[in-house]
Design a protein around this ligand. Structure first.
Ligand code: HSE
Length: 338
């Protein structure tokens, strides 16, 4: 493979971050792996830009910033979106970055199955389809003989799925426990350090582009619960779905409770737990000197293994370029295997 044609579906914070990451790294990837990345189509929810000769990343970002629609890209605008677009273009890999939908898993599920039906590999940052239909998606990708990579769906830039599946391949993994949502960690940290109100801090998180399109998913623990399910399936091999997770978010955590905890030497954190008998997301007290006392958009996961004992990773769990870094690494891994 000396050229790789990409379709990006979903052009919000993550999709745009991916275009920026391609712009920053395409020369390096060409030099190191001998493969030229070419973005041949990009769609947001109502428009698209399509060009078989390749779209310029700067122009994609500019068109979206100016008009709010990627379809305003000069001379390449189109009304085609979603599965219709996938049917219409010649591509190698689908970069799926549409918003997570935990009710229906759409459009991510249909887009992913369509790409598999075309015999194409998929890299996703989406959580809804993985949390609701993990088994079905894995069976479909195996039947199609393609690759399906989803490191970006859990922990943003923090490596966890590939780390467990590849680097810890020799180990049995019995549990993963950690902070799996950047938005709530940002909100709780700011409430703790500045005494800022819950509402103001949520607004800040939305402006930073770290919150979900529907931020209820962050604050009610839904986003973290999706990640718990994804880890349960992909790392611990548990056939679980979203409804198996016990979920409590942070919307009822008051400034008073945070203050009281602080005086006693604790912080309040939204903790996700994954083990055979326990799939749970809830606000918990953590000691101020513990590994869980991390601030801002950071995520952390402690993996308990049989051979290697405990391994802990930490990194930016949300953010446009940070999440895109995991998607681009997944893309490179697919390129290397070809
Ligand atoms: N809204 C998510 C978070 C984005 O705050 O962690 C990354 O999955």
């Amino acid at each position: 493979m000396d050229e790789c044609k990409l379709v990006i579906l979903g052009f919000g914070a993550v999709g745009q971050g991916f275009a920026r990451a391609v712009l920053m790294k395409k020369e390096f990837i060409k030099e190191k792996y001998g493969v030229g990345l070419k973005i041949v189509a990009v769609a947001d929810s109502s428009s698209s830009a399509i060009c078989a000769d390749g779209l310029a990343e700067e122009e994609l970002l500019k068109s979206k910033a100016i008009s709010g629609k990627v379809g305003s890209y000069p001379d390449c605008g189109s009304d085609l979106t979603g599965t219709d677009l996938l049917d219409a273009v010649d591509y190698d890999i689908l970069i799926e970055a549409t918003p997570t939908n935990i009710q229906t898993a759409e459009p991510a599920k249909s887009l992913t199955l369509k790409a598999f039906a075309h015999g194409k590999d998929v890299v996703t940052s989406n959580k809804g389809h993985l949390a609701l239909f993990y088994k079905e998606l894995i069976e479909a990708k195996e039947a199609a003989g393609v690759e399906f990579k989803f490191e970006a769906s859990v922990g943003g830039a923090m490596p966890i799925i590939n780390l467990c599946q590849e680097n810890l391949a020799s180990c049995g993994i019995s549990s993963i426990k950690g902070i799996l949502n950047g938005t709530t960690n940002y909100i709780l940290s700011r409430m703790t350090s500045e005494g800022t109100s819950y509402e103001n801090t949520l607004n800040e998180a939305q402006h930073l582009g770290i919150a979900e399109t529907d931020p209820t998913q962050d604050v009610e623990g839904i986003d973290a619960a999706c990640k718990v399910v994804i880890l349960a399936n992909s790392v611990l091999g548990i056939d679980a779905t979203y409804s198996d997770v016990e979920v409590r978010g942070i919307s009822n955590v008051t400034l008073e409770a945070i203050e009281l905890a602080k005086e006693e030497g604790y912080y309040v954190k939204l903790i996700g737990e994954v083990s055979k008998n326990n799939l749970k997301v809830s606000p918990r007290l953590v000691k101020q000197n513990s590994q869980f006392a991390i601030d801002g958009t950071l995520n952390l996961a402690t993996v308990t293994t049989d051979l290697a004992d405990e391994i802990t990773v930490m990194g930016k769990g949300a953010g446009s370029l940070e999440t895109a870094s995991a998607m681009l690494s997944d893309l490179i891994s697919i390129i290397k295997n070809k």
